[in-house]
Write a protein that binds this ligand. Sequence first.
Ligand code: SF4
Length: 499
Amino acid sequence: MSETRRQDAAAATGCHAGRQELRRAAEAAGQSEMLERLAADYPTGPHEQPQSMCPAFGSLRVGLRMRRTATVLSGSACCVYGLTFTSHFYGARRTVGYVPFDSETLVTGKLFEDIRDAVFALADPEKYDAIVVTNLCVPTASGVPLRLLPREIDGVRIIGIDVPGFGVPTHAEAKDVLAGAMLRYARAEAEQGPVAAPREGPAERPTVTLLGEMFPADPVGIGAMLEPLGLAAGPVVPTREWRELYAALDGALVAAIHPFYTAAVREFEAAGRAVIGSAPVGHDGTADWLDAVARGCDVPARKLDAVKARLLPAIRGALEAAPIRGRITLSGYEGSELLVARLLIESGADVRYVGTALPRTPWSEPDRAWLEARGVHVQYRASLEQDVAAMEEFEPDLAVGTTPVVQKAKERATPALYFTNLISARPLMGPAGAGSLAQVVNGALRSRARFDRMREFFEGVGTGHASGVWEEVPRDRPAFRARQARQAAKGPADAMGTA
Ligand code: SF4
């Protein structure tokens, strides 16, 4: 394919239409190495990509949450519209920069020059520590070379990342793409000479860096558990400020609370830091995690035993004081699904299935083993179909899941809770986490009768193409759908009748 046709093809396809086409275009544009890196960091399978929002939302949100950090997107206008809309919906309150393009600027290389100009215009050291430029699908597929941007302009760091939907499977992993790129940059700075100290001054005790976004009370709770061990909680990565990156790299140990930060872990390991998995959730999780911390930081056994003797009975007591009785299936894309399942089980729930959009990694192995030893099916890279099939097979009293799973559950009159809004938004760690889920989960479990009443009320209004109240019920057209499915299976070019 000629250069122009290849780039036109890249420009003409979108996230769900031309995954393979975009990938081929990116390879032809010299992006093979980047794609191989992404494939190694974020392995797909058993299927290609869980149903999820645009992955770039993850890295966009990480950048928007950082102080003194500007964000610039390079991508199709529709993608940028969706991403900015979603980020403002989630309260970004920051400007998202955009460098628009058309076929001409994409094909002639002018787009890169426009991005370069935009970065120079934006790089004001009074305002910014860093500017993050993100190539979305089409510029990535067209090989827009962000690596050629200046490394810094007047002291403002320039971070260019490719976050294509055809290479980064989930928005969670896109957070890692940016966190990893920033840590890499900060590590190189620290290797070259003195760097800024944390805002509150250097830590007085060795710190444990926490990898993964958490409910704000959790790092505080973890800090309280570490303090009698002679340690402190370090920064949470992704960080909220550039200088925290140095402190994160300087930790005595890294705790991969969320298990999908592969690129970030690579940087920590390059900085000589050991990384432990799992998290202090529930009785068993906290005991094992404290053991791992003590091993990683050479904490004397007597100190560790004293902390465990004080904390573990308190956690046990809190769990017993807030029991959960009922069968639950659980799925999500946050990365904390296995941890939540552990907590539910220790609270007394009968959990049969845990689906996570994230891949299997070494850092969730303790949780997988613990859950599977209790008969739970753990599904990595879970698809919506698998989550729904689990719900149909296990007939839970409560389904915790993503929006479409919750929607399906409600259709079946099964009580359901959104993982992201209702489960992730509470403490999970240590004594504060024990029992914290009971209130929301038990409230939902008690709502079954309400769902039955609703189903009864809506009985007879139809489903699918016939949903609603009709004078004449619309006619289903299964033959059309079957023909379109056959055409789609042949591939987009054939389906469109074009060469
Ligand atoms: S950038 Fe996101 S929304 Fe746009 S085509 Fe790629 S995956 Fe889809």
